[in-house]
Design a protein around this ligand. Structure first.
Ligand code: BJW
Length: 252
């Protein structure tokens, strides 16, 4: 299964990881693919096959069709709840035990945290969190009126998932922490993202501009390949465990 991963690129990556003192990891949907979570831009299946996720993940879509979009999120919550972290998530926990690592994820699935990663920077929020759309300030989730979606019993505001939709600002602390990590790191490892969505996709470039090396792990070409010093073509669950395996030896 690993035969097609370039051995020289792997060895060079191990060397960079061994030498690094401050590593930033940026993950995207591909890191959870081997857990069975479809990537964001994978074609949706079953009942959802006629919808485009980019069109559903917007406030406008929610205002127009709240029941439909809420149901999509409930479906995804169920799907993710039935999955487990895979060897890629677990390898990142092992790396953080050996090196100073800041982990920023675009994923909303919480699988890094379930694997044991701490202080994960969630750039796009969390699938299992709720907040209010146009709430009155006194909205109480415990007193929400059940429905599709649930509503505030006081002002009738709609509950919405605590994720970042297109056109919305990223959580400020998360964005600040990620930008700071990108500027401070000496190695940025980018795993399983198409690199199409900003501002997250700008982080590896910022790291490079500040002198860091960049490694991209992805079985397919991505928009961030051109920023990378090394591209490792392979699934994260195979590539990452091979990389950390070499950390101690390279550091010695
Ligand atoms: C594997 C694998 C395996 C498969 N192993 N790999 C600059 C330029 C152009 C546009 C913009 C810009 N700045 C901002 C914008 C607009 C917009 C944007 O970027 N649009 C582009 C699409 C053009 N950005 C925004 O709107 C952001 N907000 C913003 O900028 O606000 C400004 C503002 C300031 C002040 C006030 C108000 C506003 C917000 C972006 C929010 C993104 N949200 C989503 C949805 C989250 C909720 C949900 O999940 O429903 O986040 S969109 C979606 O894309 C999701 C993802 O986190 C994100 C990134 O996707 P990702 O992770 O890369 O997944 P995929 O599917 O694209 O790729 C998977 C990859 O895995 C592939 O490469 C596979 O090959 C690979 N893979 N198997 C490793 N086994």
């Amino acid at each position: 299964m690993t035969a097609y991963i370039d051995a020289q690129a792997l060895a060079a990556s191990r060397r960079l990881i061994g030498e690094a003192t401050n590593i930033m990891v940026l993950t995207g949907a591909g890191v959870s693919a081997e857990s069975g979570v479809p990537t964001f831009r994978d074609a949706m299946t079953g009942l959802w096959s006629r919808f485009n996720p980019e069109e559903l993940a917007q406030e406008d879509a929610y205002r127009r069709q709240p029941a439909l979009v809420w149901e999509w999120y409930l479906h995804r919550r169920e799907l993710v709840a039935a999955t487990d972290p895979n060897p890629a998530h677990i390898a990142l926990v092992a790396l953080a035990a050996q090196k100073a690592v800041t982990l920023a994820t675009q994923n909303v699935d919480g699988l890094h945290q379930r694997a044991g990663s701490r202080d994960v920077i969630e750039l796009h929020g969390n699938l299992f969190a709720n907040k209010w759309l146009d709430g009155c300030g006194r909205c109480d989730p415990a007193a929400a009126v059940p429905g599709m979606p649930p509503r505030c019993s006081l002002c009738n505001a709609m509950m919405r998932p605590g994720v970042v939709w297109f056109g919305e600002e990223l959580p400020r602390v998360a964005r600040y922490r990620a930008e700071h990590a990108a500027e401070q790191c000496d190695l940025c490892i980018v795993v399983g993202t198409s690199g199409l969505v900003y501002p997250a996709a700008g982080l590896p470039g910022a790291a490079k501009d500040h002198g860091a090396h960049v490694i991209v792990v992805n079985p397919e070409p991505s928009a961030l390949d051109q920023t990378a010093d090394i591209v490792l073509r392979g699934p994260a669950g195979v590539v990452l465990p091979l990389l950390w395996d070499g950390v101690s030896a390279a550091s010695a």
